[in-house]
Design a protein. Structure first.
Length: 195
């Protein structure tokens, strides 16, 4: 029995010495939030109050994290401006009225990574036009759609472009040469039909 107790003391002593060489592994915990979060816009401000709903969370997903970082200030990125509307909500969004000035371009900060403006002629409750921002290049194409029970076939199109305000309706502008030719043609027709 004395021999067993001596071996047990030696085992416990070796175990305690071994524990001294084992490095503890745990990660730090940080408050993780964003000031641009629409659900809780004021939770992550410069001065964190004691009555906040934020709790620190472990940084397990960051390898070998040693520090918590706090960014303070304005972080804005250059973003594209596009027409953003739907003709089901306002007639100013239609191709006939979009250039009349009723609708202005808006910054696309509501779409993360927006690089493109899109004009889509769609079929939702009737043929209509939607203009919006996109982070994806949706391409330029048209499809012909026939709804069940309809006798007509509708043309739906998507036009994608880059550049501020590039998704309005195409405007028809007469060049000076074309205007001169039309005037000359009308004079010739007027002269020929007079005689």
């Amino acid at each position: 029995m004395k021999q067993f107790a001596a071996k047990m003391k030696l085992f416990v002593l070796c175990f305690v010495i071994l524990l001294q060489f084992i490095q503890k592994s745990h990660c730090i915990s940080c408050y993780q939030c964003s000031g641009t979060d629409n659900k809780t816009p004021f939770e992550c401000n410069e001065f964190l109050d004691s009555d906040t709903a934020l709790v620190s969370t472990p940084c397990d997903d960051v390898y070998d994290a040693k520090y918590c970082i706090k960014h303070v200030g304005r972080f804005e990125a250059k973003c594209i401006d596009c027409y953003q509307c739907s003709s089901t909500n306002t007639l100013d969004c239609t191709d006939l009225l979009i250039n009349s000035g009723g609708i202005q371009t808006n910054n696309c900060t509501n779409v993360y990574g927006a690089e493109y403006c899109v004009k889509a002629i769609t079929l939702e409750g009737g043929v209509g036009t939607k203009r919006f921002c996109s982070s994806l290049d949706l391409g330029n194409y048209c499809n012909y759609v026939k709804q069940p029970g309809d006798t007509l076939t509708y043309r739906t199109c998507v036009y994608t472009c880059t550049g501020d305000g590039c998704n309005p309706a195409t405007t028809f502008k007469l060049s000076q040469t074309l205007l001169f030719l039309l005037l000359a043609f009308s004079f010739v027709c007027n002269f020929v039909f007079r005689q």
